[in-house]
Design a protein around this ligand. Sequence first.
Ligand SMILES: [Zn+2]
Length: 131
Amino acid sequence: MPDSNDEKLIVELVACSRCGNPFMVEKGKKSSGDLVCDNCIKLEQRKKQLALGVIDNVLESQKEIGDSIMEVKNKISQSQSNKQFFLEKIKRKSESLTKSIELLQKIDKTKEEKFIDEYKKLFEKLKKDYS
Ligand SMILES: [Zn+2]
């Protein structure tokens, strides 16, 4: 054993500032702030890890909840736009059908060529809308 190591091996017994249990420290370390035993340091690290784990879990589940909310929101807006699209289509069809009935009544009344032409155009439009 070289002489230079001798000094480092000199230890003393001190009380842990957390739990009060006596433990060995290198001589000279005593002056540097709080003296905490290995058990307390390990306990502290374990607590930190647990806390971080809990935070991770919370963040993870918040993310999952956020994702599923977004998914639901997307589905709602999708079905709403589908519904809107469907309603618009129905509205257009019903308008066209109403107009076609009006035209048929006009044709029946007046027997005018222009209403027949208009009806033909409308009929073509309706055929397109239905296909
Ligand atoms: Zn301790």
